[in-house]
Design a protein around this ligand. Structure first.
Ligand code: NAD
Ligand code: WQD
Length: 348
């Protein structure tokens, strides 16, 4: 149940209408927290939160606000007693960040600074930030621990790295801040109800949503980016984590911040510790969907690395959290979402 947050307090969730944010909102409500969401809906729809309300039988306070609109953001902070913030709102398409770097730096970094200003003014010090394993760039050794070198290789990744630095500086300047940097590995899957999930606009950039769009016949085949890596079958290996496990990791991080008198800024890897190849992902999705999923081998994608997986033991130990859901569950739930919502939230 919700701990040490007053009964009238709210958790503010930025980007709460999005893929990971909507799953976190659901977990917060089910744990007993009250939730206020700010999202400008640039990559999501309000329908996700309407469904979260139906699934939980609880209400979400929603405000269509852009983090770059400081007065409107301030208005939300002035309207609710907020005790902590989960900060998901960001732009996240790696390729687009290469063509529009200023947009990425503005939205992700300035958006975060505006949020920190509001938190500071209102004396709110608990923050859980959506970082990414992308801050590790190409690994020197595996599995990746939190102490590995940080080196982002594209503008999107740099925004995550710079925001981590900004948050570390803030925490060093004022010991009241309590900040968790959650470095997600590869989120996949959907809520087991099949009612909420990822709804990418246009062709998906990520592997799992692409695979299931092929399975339902929206696209002819999966393009496998490279089969000549020095991995077990030559294709890239990643640490896929079920989005429900990831959402639960946020509750664990939030409760750690609120419960323990530790201050500062602490990074946590949220992954499973196990890597799967692209071909393993395709065959697991074939099993879950009972469909043949055609694929074509293509050259490597620029900027990709052969193999990435987490050492999640620090988060296991410190947060009392671990990823529990299997690859088959990820594929089953991704398929349940995709097959019942073939066109995402626009399906009904
Ligand atoms: P998403 O696009 O589904 O969610 C992000 C949400 O933020 C969207 O609802 C979008 O409308 C909102 N948003 C964007 N700019 C905004 C602004 N200026 N003001 C208000 N709202 C704004 O993406 P997601 O996959 O749910 O990712 C959530 C967070 O996790 C992001 O910070 C992302 O960088 C990070 N992350 C994602 C992944 C992944 O593979 N999905 C991996 C690592 C980290
Ligand atoms: C996974 C594997 C591809 C698509 C990205 C971001 C990272 C983080 C998560 C936000 C790789 C292969 C993919 C396809 C393929 N996001 N692939 N065909 O690249 O590990 O990480 O999303 O923080 O920052 O870079 O994830 O899902 O794109 O790729 O063969 O159509 O699947 O080469 O091996 P990635 P992904």
């Amino acid at each position: 149940s919700a701990v040490d947050v007053g009964p009238s307090d709210y958790i503010l969730v930025t980007g709460g209408a999005g893929y990971i944010g909507s799953h976190a909102v659901l977990e917060l409500l089910q744990t007993g927290y009250k939730v206020v969401v700010v999202d400008n809906l640039c990559n999501s729809s309000k329908e996700s939160l309407r469904r979260v309300e139906k699934l939980t039988g609880k209400v979400v306070q929603f405000h269509e606000v852009d983090l770059l609109d400081q007065p409107s953001l301030e208005g939300v902070f002035a309207s609710y007693p907020i005790s902590a913030v989960l900060h998901f709102a960001a732009l996240k398409a790696v390729g687009e960040s290469v063509t529009h770097p200023l947009r990425y730096h503005r939205v992700n970094s300035v958006g975060t600074i505006n949020l920190l200003d509001c938190m500071y003014r209102h004396g709110i010090w608990n923050l859980v930030f959506s970082s990414s394993a992308t801050v590790y760039g190409e690994p020197d050794r595996l599995p990746l621990t939190e102490s590995a070198a940080l080196r982002a290789t594209n503008p999107y990744g740099k925004t995550k790295l710079y925001i981590e630095e900004i948050l570390r500086d803030a925490a060093m300047s004022d010991s009241r801040w309590r900040i968790a940097l959650l470095r997600y590995f590869n989120p996949a899957g959907a809520h087991p109800s099949g009612r909420i999930g990822e709804d990418p606009h246009g062709a998906p950039n990520n592997l799992m949503p692409y695979i299931v769009q092929v399975a339902i016949g929206r696209r002819p085949h999966v393009t496998v980016f490279g089969s000549d890596y020095s991995t077990k079958d030559g294709t890239g290996i990643r640490d896929y984590i079920h989005v429900v496990d990831l959402a639960k990791g946020h509750i664990a991080a939030l409760e750690k911040l609120v419960r323990t008198p530790t201050h500062g800024c602490v990074p946590y890897n949220l992954g499973t510790g196990v890597g799967y190849s692209v071909l393993e992902m395709i065959s697991a999705a074939e099993k879950a969907s009972q469909k043949t999923i055609p694929y074509v081998i293509a050259p490597r994608r620029k900027g990709d690395v052969a193999e990435v997986y987490a050492d999640p033991s620090f988060a296991n130990r410190e947060l009392g959290w671990r990823a529990e859901r299997t690859l088959d569950e990820m594929c089953r739930d991704q398929w349940a979402w995709q097959s019942t919502n073939p066109h995402g939230y626009g399906s009904e």
